[in-house]
Design a protein. Sequence first.
Length: 423
Amino acid sequence: MKKQANACLPNSTTEPTWFKAYRQQALQASATLARPVFERIDYHRWPIALQQFDQATSSLEHTAVSSDLYQDNTFVWTNKHTQWCQLAQKWQAQGVIMCDWHTALTKHADLIQKYYGKTVKWDENQLTAQHAAWMQGGLFIYVPRNIQVTEPLVSYLIQDARTPADFVPHVLIVAAENSSLTYLENLQTMGSKEATANIIVEVVARPGSHVNFASSDRLGQNTTAYLNRRATVERDARIDWSMGMMNDGNTVGDFDSDLVGNGAHAEVKIVAMTSAKQVQGIDSRVTNKAPNTIGHILQHGVILGKSQLIFNGIGHILHGAKGADAQQESRVLMLSKQGRGDANPILLIDDNDVTAGHAASVGRIDEEQMYYLMSRGLSKELAERLVIRGFLGPVLNKIPDKHTLTTLEKVCEQKLIEGQKNA
């Protein structure tokens, strides 16, 4: 495998020497590094390692992607290929950057070298090393100091699974001092071949900045996925994560926020749904590394069919982080007696003078509530959807961005209807 991999490592003449060396280091280490371990998420038999080394560039033409996506402040990317990238002129004039990886390495190499691989390091485990070695491209966003981007920046990362191929995009978002932005990421699959996705997002929130990150994740049934999203949050900065985990295949979600500066703040909100026989394991962690930091995790999930959903909520307050606050809530609703759910709260406290708390529950749908709704003339399917909307409401209603909220509500409804049909 190693010999074959070496023969096919990306060798673009536009990549700087340091970046090629970075890839080579990661490739060599990937053979010996272990996979990451997540509490109660048993994924080691999954085909999650990148395998299709002989993959060709995606053949998706512009006509294969809806032209409705081609708007201002929008980025559309398929395996190795940028379909569309356009940032409104008013943001370009203020120094905002939104470009594909090729352009970033060519025109903004100084910023890439400064920030790439600093939040998620390639040598953390086998999956991060494989990603660094085989990364196909992706998106770079940079917002300069004191600039407030008031319109959402939207990406569509589309997996071309019409032929077996890995899907390895990388997203790097840097919000400079006292800046702000909203970013909405859409993960989608075209085609149904078996494939592996290894996706990493790095967010750097510099002092006083605010990043609102939202995602609508709809990877296909035959895609085995590793999603790693992590933020480094500096002094008085804030990140709001709003994620809709609606993938149809087996997925590991590895989500972290490192609060490294005094007064840093992370809010993590996740809604998830599983159906058929799929497994989704979601490991959400906030690490309070500095004083007066705030880390809150709120995740609700719904289980349909014979599927499994695991929530790990981890709040870790390190020594020296006095005045820190770590709170978490994980709740799972089961619509099927054949499904399996797990809500696993973990608090690690290494200092005094802090506040921390957790709540967790796994339960079945309320039969009395269902009976009441059906006695009023509602079908079983519609009654279930109403109950689920109410269950997910405490998470969705706390999402600050209306555009994000509308998107996630639509994704939840679509996944639920499809899951009911296949139950």
